[in-house]
Design a protein around this ligand. Structure first.
Ligand code: HEM
Length: 112
């Protein structure tokens, strides 16, 4: 069985796009150390859709599940706890999310 691709489809109101990209710019960076993690990309919509795509590729479904049950939780609790800065908890940048799942049937990279 080949790799699996998990894409989180984020609906982001126009006025929250910059906030979302800033949050990802300061993301936890924990996914890179996760077992079976192969690739991550944040895709900004240019044409044909208004949704941001959070593209991730994993060696197997099990590796993805282990991340979702573990490091993913901590990676999504980012941002200063209200108490510390006295600031209000962060307003979510996305107004909706859908998870798409794929199996990699064929892939190719640049020929060296
Ligand atoms: C309610 C659904 C979700 C929302 C609104 C959301 C939003 C976000 C945001 C704003 C960040 C940037 C860091 C932060 O501020 O926490 C983040 C990190 C991330 N999200 Fe999500 N996310 C959701 C679910 C998912 C799911 C289902 C996936 C699986 C593909 C995913 C993949 C990632 C990855 C890989 C990172 C980077 C984590 C790291 O750096 O370790 N997210 N997400």
């Amino acid at each position: 069985m080949g790799s699996v691709v998990k894409i989180n489809v984020l609906t982001v109101p126009e006025e929250m796009r910059e906030t979302l990209e800033k949050r990802f710019a300061s993301r936890a960076g924990a996914v890179e150390n996760s077992d079976g993690f192969e690739w991550f990309e944040l895709l900004r919509p240019v044409e044909g859709t208004d949704s941001y795509l959070v593209y991730t590729r994993w060696a197997s479904e099990e590796h993805f599940k282990a991340w979702m049950e573990g490091p993913m939780q901590a990676a999504h609790r980012q941002g200063p706890p209200a108490a510390e800065g006295g600031e209000a908890p962060q307003r979510p940048a996305a107004s909706g999310s859908t998870l798409w799942s794929f199996e990699v049937v064929q892939s190719a990279g640049p020929k060296k």
